[in-house]
Design a protein around this ligand. Structure first.
Ligand code: F6P
Length: 609
C-alpha cells in the first residue's frame, strides 16, 4: 500500500509546513520540505520515492475548506485560469496588433521560451501568424546557461518588454516568478500597470501574496509585494490577474526549477490550451474544462513515477559517473532535447556544478531551438548544443565513467537514434534511454538490444484526435521528461554529496535572492546572527581573513558579481563560522574532504561538542 502510506506522509508533512510558525517568516517556496529532510542520506530508490511525494504535493487539494493556502484545484485559482484563458481566446480571435508575452528568470524564463514556441507552432498548423513572444532575464544566453544577475534589474525587465511589444495595441503579459521574488519581472509588471490601456498583466508564482518579496530593490521605488497588491486590487475589475496557488516547499529547499517549474508548465499550458481549443474547436472555457486539463497532468505524474525502478537505476548510474569525476550527457530530440539542455543548465547555480558535469545536446541544435537570437555557439563551448558538437568534441574522449542518456519519442527517426547509440556504445557501456511511445505507435523490438535493456519507456494512451491532441501529448511527454531529468540530476548530485539535509549547500550566490538564501542557511545551521552570517559569507567570497571597509559597505550587486569567480563559498563560510578557523584553513578542510556534505557535516557535528 505505498500509495496510501505516501498520502498519509504527505498529509502529515503539509500539516507541518502549513502551520503558521513553521520556518516563519520564510515564504513557502523557500521553506524546507519535511518530506525530504533525509534525502541526502537516501539511496536511488528512496530518492525517487521522496521526489514522487514532493511532486505529488503540486496536485494536493485543500486540506480543509478554510485552508490558509490556495491550491491548484482551489475554486479561486480555477476561476482565474478560466478568466485568463478567455483573454487568450480574445487575442487569438483578433491577433492583429496583439501579443501574448511570457516572461521569467532562469527556469521560469526557459519555460516561457519553450511554451511561446510551442503555441506559435500550434498557430502555424492553423495557418495563423505567431502571436506569442518570450523574454528572459539575461537574453537567450540564459536559455542555456545560468545568468543570475539580470534577475535583479526591474529597469532591464521593463526595457526588454517595451522593446518586445513596440507598436502593439493589446498585450497579455504573463510574468512568472515562482517565489514572487524576481525584480526583473516586477519591473515588467509595473510597466504594464502604468500602461493598462495596452497591457493586461498576469503574475504566476507559488506563494500567497503576503509572502511576496518585500525587501527594497536597489535603485527602484517599489517592491514585488507592492506590485502584487496593486494587481490584486485590479483583479476585481479583471484588469490584472494573480495566479498563485501554493504547491508546497521544494524537495531541495528553494530549488524552484523543480515543483515551481512544473506548476508553471501545468498552469500556463492549461490556460493556453483552453484558449486555443475555444477558438479552434469552439469548446467552452469553464471550470470543468480547467479541472479536466489539470487532472490529465496529474495522470502524467502517476505514469511517470510508475517507473520507479528504472528511474532509480538511471540515478544510480549517473551518480556513479559524477562520483568518479565522469560526466552525464543528455542527447535529445526536438523539445525533449530542450528539456535536457534546460535541466543541465540549472545544475551550475543549484549544486555549484561545473558546466561539463551534466550537459545537454539536441538534434538540429539552434535551428531546432528556434530562439530569438539565433545560433549562439560562437560564444563558447557552453553554448554548443548540437548533437554534432557532441560528436566532434565529446565523443572522442568519452569513457566508461560517463553516462549518456538518450531522450526521444516514437515520432523520431529511429534509425537516427540507433546510429548515434552505436557511436556512443563504442566508447562507454553506460547508455540509457528515456523514451515515450503511445498505444498506436511502438518502438521496434531491437530497442532492447541497442540499449541493453537500460530503458525507461513510457507507453501513453493514444488520442485519435486532431493536431492539437498531438501537441498535447508532446506537452505531457515534456512534463514527464522534466520530472525524470530533474530526478536524475538532483539524485546524481545528492549521491555525489552536493546536498546537505535538503539544502543546496554549494549554491552560487550570484544574485540578491541567492545571497539572502545563503545567509539564511548559515543562520539556520550555526545559529549565528544575520550580520555574522553575512560577514562570514563575504570573507569566504573574497577569500580574505579581514574585510575592508569598502567590502563591508559595497552593494549586494558587487558581491554577487564577485561570486561568479568564487568556489564553495557557502561551505567555506559555514566551516569558518562553526569552528572559528581562518578562511584558508576552511578551504583546506573542504579540499581534504572531497564530499562537500561530509566535510560540512563533520565540522557541524564537531562544533556541537
Ligand atoms: O536565481 C536563480 C533562480 O533561483 C533560478 O534557479 C530560478 O529558475 C530562477 O531564479 C527563477 O526564480 P523565480 O521563478 O522564483 O523568479
Amino acid at each position: 500500500m505505498p500509495g496510501h502510506q505516501g498520502e498519509t506522509r504527505r498529509t502529515r508533512a503539509a500539516q507541518e509546513w502549513e502551520s503558521p510558525g513553521y520556518e516563519s517568516p520564510l515564504p513557502v517556496t523557500e521553506k524546507s520540505n519535511p518530506l525530504s529532510r533525509d534525502i541526502d542520506r537516501a539511496g536511488p530508490q528512496q530518492i525517487v520515492r521522496v521526489l514522487q511525494e514532493c511532486d505529488a504535493e503540486v496536485f494536493q487539494g485543500d486540506l480543509q475548506t478554510d485552508a490558509e493556502y490556495k491550491r491548484l484545484y482551489s475554486e479561486s485559482v480555477v476561476q482565474i485560469l478560466v478568466n485568463v484563458a478567455k483573454r487568450v481566446k480574445t487575442i487569438l480571435k483578433e491577433p492583429e496588433n496583439s501579443l501574448i508575452v511570457l516572461s521569467g528568470c532562469g527556469t521560469s524564463g526557459r519555460i516561457a521560451f519553450l511554451l511561446s514556441n510551442t503555441f506559435n507552432r500550434i498557430l502555424a498548423r492553423h495557418q495563423q501568424k505567431p502571436v506569442y513572444s518570450y523574454t528572459i532575464a539575461g537574453g537567450d544566453k540564459a536559455l542555456l546557461t545560468s545568468q543570475e544577475a539580470p534577475e535583479d534589474s526591474p529597469s532591464l525587465g521593463a526595457q526588454v518588454l517595451e522593446e518586445t511589444c513596440a507598436g502593439k495595441k493589446h498585450v497579455l503579459f504573463i510574468g512568472i516568478s515562482c517565489g514572487l521574488s524576481a525584480p526583473f519581472v516586477a519591473g515588467q509588471l509595473d510597466f504594464c500597470l502604468n500602461n493598462l490601456d495596452i497591457f493586461t498583466p498576469v503574475l504566476i508564482g507559488f506563494n500567497p501574496a503576503h509572502m511576496a518579496r518585500a525587501e527594497p530593490i536597489q535603485g527602484w521605488p517599489h517592491t514585488l509585494r507592492e506590485v502584487t497588491e496593486r494587481m490584486l486590487d485590479l483583479q476585481r475589475g479583471q484588469r490584472a490577474f494573480v495566479l498563485n496557488p501554493v504547491v508546497g516547499p521544494e524537495a531541495i529547499s528553494g530549488s524552484s526549477r523543480m515543483k515551481g517549474g512544473t506548476a508553471t508548465k501545468v498552469l500556463l499550458e492549461s490556460l493556453l490550451l483552453l484558449g486555443h481549443r475555444a477558438v479552434h474547436r469552439h469548446s467552452e472555457i469553464n471550470h470543468q474544462a480547467v479541472l479536466d486539463c489539470i487532472r490529465d497532468y496529474e495522470t502524467v505524474h502517476e505514469m511517470t513515477y510508475s517507473k520507479t525502478e528504472e528511474l532509480a537505476d538511471v540515478i544510480g548510474t549517473a551518480g556513479i559517473s559524477l562520483q568518479n569525476q565522469g560526466h552525464v550527457y543528455y542527447l535529445g530530440w526536438k523539445t525533449l532535447g530542450i528539456m535536457g539542455i534546460i535541466d543541465a543548465s540549472e545544475c551550475i547555480p543549484t549544486f555549484g556544478a561545473d558546466f561539463e558535469d551534466i550537459r545537454g545536446f539536441m538534434s538540429g541544435g539552434f535551428s531546432e531551438m528556434n530562439n530569438k537570437e539565433g545560433d549562439l555557439s560562437s560564444l563558447g563551448p557552453q553554448f554548443c548544443i548540437d548533437q554534432k558538437d557532441f560528436l566532434s568534441t565529446i565523443l572522442p574522449n568519452l569513457g566508461e565513467n560517463d553516462t549518456v542518456i538518450f531522450i526521444f519519442t516514437v515520432d523520431e527517426d529511429f534509425a537516427d537514434v540507433e546510429k548515434l547509440a552505436g557511436q556512443v556504445k563504442s566508447k562507454t557501456s553506460n547508455l540509457q534511454a528515456i523514451c515515450h511511445e503511445h498505444g498506436g505507435c511502438r518502438f521496434p523490438v531491437n530497442i532492447n538490444n541497442i540499449f541493453a535493456s537500460k530503458i525507461l519507456r513510457i507507453t501513453w494512451t493514444s488520442s485519435a484526435g486532431d493536431a492539437e491532441d498531438g501537441f498535447f501529448m508532446r506537452l505531457q511527454w515534456e512534463l514527464s521528461t522534466k520530472w525524470i531529468l530533474n530526478a536524475i540530476s538532483t539524485g546524481a548530485h545528492i549521491l555525489k554529496g552536493k546536498v546537505y539535509k535538503n539544502y543546496m549547500i554549494d549554491l552560487k550566490v550570484t544574485n540578491s535572492k541567492l545571497y539572502r538564501r545563503a545567509i539564511g542557511m548559515l543562520q539556520r545551521f550555526t545559529g549565528c546572527s544575520w550580520m555574522q552570517g553575512e560577514r562570514a559569507l563575504l570573507r569566504a567570497l573574497y577569500r580574505v581573513e579581514e574585510l575592508t571597509e569598502e567590502m563591508i559597505t559595497a552593494d549586494v550587486s558587487r558581491h554577487t558579481q564577485a561570486a561568479n569567480a568564487s568556489d564553495k563559498v557557502v561551505p567555506t563560510a559555514l566551516v569558518v563560522l562553526q569552528t572559528g578557523c581562518s578562511v584558508s584553513e576552511a578551504q583546506a578542510h573542504l579540499r581534504e574532504g572531497s564530499v562537500v556534505r561530509d566535510a560540512v557535516e563533520a565540522c557541524l557535528t564537531s562544533g556541537r561538542h
